[in-house]
Design a protein. Structure first.
Length: 309
């Protein structure tokens, strides 16, 4: 059995017990980004399991060795500590922290760039805009837009530029990459590569109201030829997205799949900031309960009903 497989099995066993044996997608990575994260998780679990094992073994040994018996009934413990032991149990936690920190920092920084084996490929750029409770994917280079699903070419790096049209969300494709937050007026990058064609599920993991649990999207990795064919079909057959239609889409509702032959980036890019109330109607957000400080009564909003920006 290969070492990597053994490590993964050792990591998965306790998680299956704790999770009711549900499928653990993160332990079946389908790309280099996800594999880096899985390797880090495996290393952390194995190291922590080893630490727990040593602690429990020492605990049992000490309890048994120094238990009260007839032979040590008159034992008087030393009142002075052991300098050597105190140094040992101070240094060991530092070594454990270092063993966890170094690979974690290296992995985090590596994930902020295109995976090493794909450096010679130009990434496909896809702008991701989250809204309650749907995901909007804009392809600025192709000039198309989709809602609640995204198609990507397999074996090619994809650069997701993440932002939000309103509340903060968390973008996550467990089989392909880790999660990153989306925030209005800010833009973050997430690189993803799918090794082979296939279908994967993405979701929002940040609570943002009663509809967040169903805020999911489909990811389909296609061959490069199929991907190019799909792009051409969308350009030829999909309807055009209007500003009025976009204002309807980003209202806090659930929607199915949608496809358009242009993008909302033509008139607004939420990642660039600007008027934070634009498109946000306070009354629509009362489904959350207390709407929050952003929507206090003394603040005005056009709610997406005015055409002036």
């Amino acid at each position: 059995m290969k070492k990597g497989v053994l490590v993964s099995l050792l990591a998965i066993v306790p998680l299956f017990i704790l999770s009711g044996c549900e499928s653990m997608v993160v332990f079946d990575p389908q790309g280099p980004v996800a594999r880096s994260i899985t390797d880090l998780i495996n290393w952390s679990i194995v190291l922590m399991a080893f630490v727990c094992l040593v602690v429990f073994v020492l605990f049992g040994y000490i309890v048994w060795k120094y238990r009260a018996t007839k032979d040590n009934a008159d034992y008087e413990p030393e009142e002075h500590g052991s300098t050597k032991l105190e140094i040992v149990w101070t240094v060991i936690p530092f070594l454990i922290i270092i063993a966890l920190t170094i690979p974690t920092v290296k992995t985090i920084y590596a994930l902020e760039d295109i995976p090493e084996d794909y450096k010679d490929h130009d990434p496909v750029v896809i702008n991701v805009t989250s809204a309650d409770w749907k995901w909007i994917f804009s392809y600025p280079e192709e000039g198309i837009e989709t809602v609640n699903y995204v198609n990507i070419p397999a074996g090619v790096p994809v650069e997701f530029k993440l932002t939000s049209a309103g509340t903060m969300q968390s973008f996550w494709i467990p089989a392909l990459a880790g999660q990153k937050y989306t925030m209005y007026g800010a833009e973050t990058d997430l690189y993803v590569v799918a090794d082979n064609p296939g279908n994967y599920e993405g979701q929002n993991t940040s609570f943002n109201g009663k509809g967040y649990a169903e805020m999911k999207f489909d990811v389909e990795a296609k061959t490069l030829a199929d991907y190019d064919k799909w792009v051409d079909e969308v350009k030829e057959t999909a309807p055009e997205l209007t500003e009025e239609k976009y204002k309807e889409i980003i209202k806090p509702t659930h929607l199915g799949r949608m496809t358009f032959s242009n993008t909302h980036l033509e008139w607004i890019d939420h990642g660039k900031g600007g008027d934070s109330n634009y498109y946000l109607n306070p009354e629509l957000y009362r489904v959350h309960g207390y709407p929050g400080r952003t929507f206090e009564k003394n603040q005005e909003s056009d709610g997406g009903e005015k055409d002036a920006h």
